[in-house]
Design a binder for this molecule. Structure first.
Ligand code: AMP
Length: 582
C-alpha cells in the first residue's frame, strides 16, 4: 500500500527549510550556543544543563506514582547536584571513576546523574527492570566505583552478588536508612555543602557510559564525551522542535540512551521544563499526563503508540491535547498506520527518527514542517552525513582491500553508515579497542542496520544486519540470554531469536536443548521461564520451546539465522555452512 506524505501545518519550525538548514550548518557555528565553563575551564554537560540558566523556572516536573506533582527548579537542582558532587569528593571518588545508577524515574536519578558529571566522573545508568545478571555484568565490565540505588533494588539485585563486585567501593541507598556496607543518600546529601566549583572538564573528557548489546560476547560499553552535549542541543532543536518555553516529555527510561540524552540532558540544556513520570505505562495515565501537564513536545516509542492505538480512539478523544505541538518516536520501525492514526486521532502526525546508543543523538529524522513519509525514518540531520554500503555474505558491509562501496542508486538495500565526526559519536567501547575498530571501515561508522533510500533522500529501515533482537525499542543480545539459560542445570544448549510481535516489534524467544535425563515437559518449560526471568529481568525470553536438534554451523555455533527463518516460515537460504547432522 502506498501512503500519502503528510506535512503538519506549523507556524514556523526551528529547522526552517531542510535544504537550507543543512547547507548552512557547521558544528563549529552551532557550538556558539554552548556557554562553556566559566573562565574557559572547558565544557561540562551538567553546567550546560543546569548552572548556566540561573533561574527559578521549573527544570524537572516530577510525577510520583500517585500522580502528585513535585517541581524542581533550575536553581534548586543546581544546589542539589552540587551537594552530590561534594558528597562524591568527600568519599574520595575521583575524576573518570564510574558512577552507576540503578534507579526508577525518581528525583535522585537526575541529581546523581548531573552531580556525577559535575565531579568529572563517568556516569553509567542501568535500567531498573534488569535482573541481577545484566546489572552485575555491566557494573563489572565498567569497573564501577559507586552505585546509587534504592533499598529495595539493592536487596533484590545487588546484595546477594555484592562480593562479586570488588570494584564497587560505595553503595548509596536513597532515603535515610542505610544497611551494612551502604550509605544513606538522604543523610549524606544533607551533610554535603551546596557550593561546588565544577571540575574543569575538556570537551573530549569521558562523561557517559551506555551499555548496548551485541550478537556475541558481553554487552558493549559505548563511551561518550562531554562534547556530546552539543549534539543533544542541536538535535533536540531540529528533530524535536524543542524550545525554552516548552514542556517536554520523553517517555524513555533514563536507564537507556534515549532517556538519558533526551529525558534528562537535551531539554535542560535548552532551558525547557521536562516531565518525568515515575509510573509505568498505562494508556489512560499517559493521556492524562499529556493533557494535565500541558505537554507541548512528546518523544515516545512505537510500542507505546501501538498500545495507545489499540485502546481505541474514544479514550484519546476524552482528553484535551490542545497544548501538544509535536510528537516524535524512536527505537524501532514505526508503522505507517501509527503515523496516520496520530494525525487523525491525536491531531498530529508522528515524526519517526532513527539513532542508536553509539551515535549518542538523533541522526535521521522526520522534521517539523517538512514532509513526513509514513514508514520512513526521515533524512539525516544538519551536520550528519549518512550513506548505504553494499553488503557481503554475512549481511554486513563488504570491505574489500580496505574499501567499501557506497550505494548511490535509490531503492537498493545496504548497511546504513555514517561519516564520523559528529560530537556525540561514541569514543570507545569500554576496554575493547578491537571491537571499536571493527565498527569502522574506509572512513565510515557501520551501524549494523540495513536500510534503503528513496530518490529524495528519505531513509527506510529494513532490519538489523546481525542477530541482535529489537524488543520494545531496545536491543537485546541473544548471546547474553543464551548464557543465562545455560546456567540452568537442565540446559545443554540454547539459541535465542527475536520473534515478530505486533506490539513489541520482536519478542525474545529461546530454543532449548535439554541435557540427557531431563524431560521436555510443561513444568520444565515454566521452570526455565522463571529461572531466566529471575536472572535477566525485563530482557528474559517470553517464549521457550524445546528442540533436541538445534542447527549448527560447522564451527559448532547455533545458527540463529536459520532458527529465525524457520520461525518466519521463510526459505532457509544458504545453509552451506550448516553442520550435516547424521
Ligand atoms: P539502541 O542502541 O538500543 O538504542 O538501539 C538502536 C537500534 O534500534 C538501531 O540500530 C535500530 O536497529 C533500532 N532503531 C532505532 N530507531 C529506529 C527507527 N526509527 N526505526 C527502526 N529501527 C530503529
Amino acid at each position: 500500500m502506498k501512503w500519502t506524505p503528510i506535512t503538519q501545518a506549523t507556524a514556523g519550525s526551528n529547522l526552517g527549510d531542510y535544504e537550507h538548514a543543512r547547507a548552512d550548518f557547521t558544528w563549529e557555528d552551532a557550538g556558539k550556543s554552548l556557554a562553556g565553563l566559566p573562565g574557559g575551564r572547558g565544557l561540562n554537560i551538567a553546567y550546560e544543563a543546569l548552572d548556566r540558566h540561573v533561574t527559578k523556572r521549573t527544570a524537572v516536573r516530577w510525577l510520583d506514582r500517585l500522580d502528585r506533582v513535585h517541581d524542581f527548579s533550575y536553581l534548586g537542582l543546581t544546589a542539589l547536584t552540587n551537594r552530590f558532587a561534594n558528597l562524591l569528593a568527600g568519599l574520595g571518588v575521583g575524576r573518570g571513576e564510574r558512577v552507576f545508577t540503578l534507579l526508577g524515574r525518581v528525583p535522585e536519578l537526575y541529581v546523581a546523574t548531573l552531580g556525577a558529571l559535575k565531579a568529572g566522573c563517568v556516569l553509567s545508568p542501568l535500567f531498573s527492570a534488569f535482573g541481577p545478571e545484566p546489572v552485575l555484568q555491566r557494573i563489572r565490565l565498567g569497573e564501577g566505583s559507586v552505585l546509587v540505588t534504592s533499598p529495595e533494588l539493592y536487596r533484590r539485585k545487588i546484595r546477594p552478588l555484592r562480593a562479586e563486585l570488588p570494584s564497587l567501593r560505595h553503595v548509596l541507598l536513597t532515603g535515610n536508612d542505610a544497611e551494612p556496607g551502604t550509605i544513606a543518600l538522604g543523610e549524606a546529601m544533607a551533610a554535603a555543602g551546596t557550593g561546588y566549583e565544577i571540575a574543569p572538564t575538556a570537551p573530549e573528557d569521558p562523561a557517559l557510559l551506555h551499555f548496548t548489546s551485541g550478537t556475541t560476547g558481553t554487552p558493549k560499553g559505548a563511551l561518550h564525551a562531554h562534547a556530546a552535549v552539543l549534539a543533544h542541543l542541536v538535535t533536540a532543536r531540529y528533530a524535536l522542535d524543542l524550545r525554552q518555553d516548552d514542556t517536554f516529555w520523553c517517555t524513555a527510561d533514563p536507564g537507556w540512551v534515549t532517556g538519558m540524552s533526551y529525558g534528562v540532558i537535551a531539554p535542560l540544556v535548552l532551558g525547557a521544563t521536562l516531565v518525568s513520570d515515575e509510573g509505568e505505562f498505562d494508556a489512560r495515565r499517559w493521556y492524562h499526563v499529556l493533557s494535565s501537564r500541558r505537554v507541548t513536545n512528546w518523544y515516545t516509542a512505537p510500542t507505546a503508540l501501538r498500545m495507545m492505538m489499540r485502546e481505541g480512539d474514544e479514550l484519546a478523544k476524552g482528553f484535551d491535547l490542545s497544548a501538544l505541538r509535536f510528537i516524535a518516536s524512536v527505537g524501532e520501525p514505526l508503522n505507517p498506520e501509527v503515523v496516520v492514526w496520530g494525525r487523525d486521532t491525536l491531531g498530529l502526525p508522528i515524526h519517526d527518527n532513527w539513532w542508536q546508543t553509539e551515535t549518542g543523538a538523533i541522526m535521521i529524522a522526520n522534521f517539523a514542517g517538512e514532509e513526513i513519509r509514513p514508514g520512513s525514518m526521515g533524512r539525516p540531520l544538519p551536520g550528519v552525513d549518512a550513506g548505504l554500503l553494499r553488503r557481503g555474505d554475512d549481511g554486513r558491509a563488504a570491505v574489500t582491500a580496505g574499501h567499501v562501496r557506497e550505494i548511490t542508486e535509490p531503492g537498493v538495500e545496504g548497511e546504513l553508515a555514517l561519516r564520523p565526526g559528529w560530537p556525540s559519536q561514541f569514543r570507545a567501547y569500554w576496554n575493547e579497542p578491537a571491537r571499536y575498530e571493527k565498527a569502522f571501515a574506509d572512513g565510515w561508522y557501520l551501524t549494523g542496520d540495513v536500510a534503503r533510500r528513496d530518490a529524495d533522500g528519505y531513509y527506510w529501515f529494513v532490519g538489523r544486519a546481525d542477530d541482535v533482537i529489537e524488543s520494545a525499542g531496545h536491543l537485546v543480545g541473544p548471546f547474553e540470554v543464551e548464557s543465562a539459560l545455560l546456567a540452568h542445570p537442565a540446559v545443554a544448549e540454547a539459541g535465542v531469536i527475536g520473534k515478530p510481535d505486533p506490539v513489541a516489534g520482536e519478542l525474545v524467544k529461546a530454543y532449548v536443548t535439554l541435557k540427557p535425563g531431563y524431560e521436555p515437559t510443561e513444568e520444565q518449560r515454566l521452570e526455565l521461564l522463571v529461572f531466566a526471568r529471575k536472572a535477566l529481568g525485563a530482557v528474559a525470553p517470553k517464549e521457550i520451546v524445546f528442540d533436541p536438534h538445534l542447527p549448527h554451523t560447522r564451527s559448532g555455533k547455533v545458527m540463529r539465522r536459520l532458527l529465525k527463518a524457520r520461525e518466519l516460515g521463510l526459505p532457509e537460504g544458504d545453509v552451506s555452512t550448516l553442520e550435516v547432522s547424521g
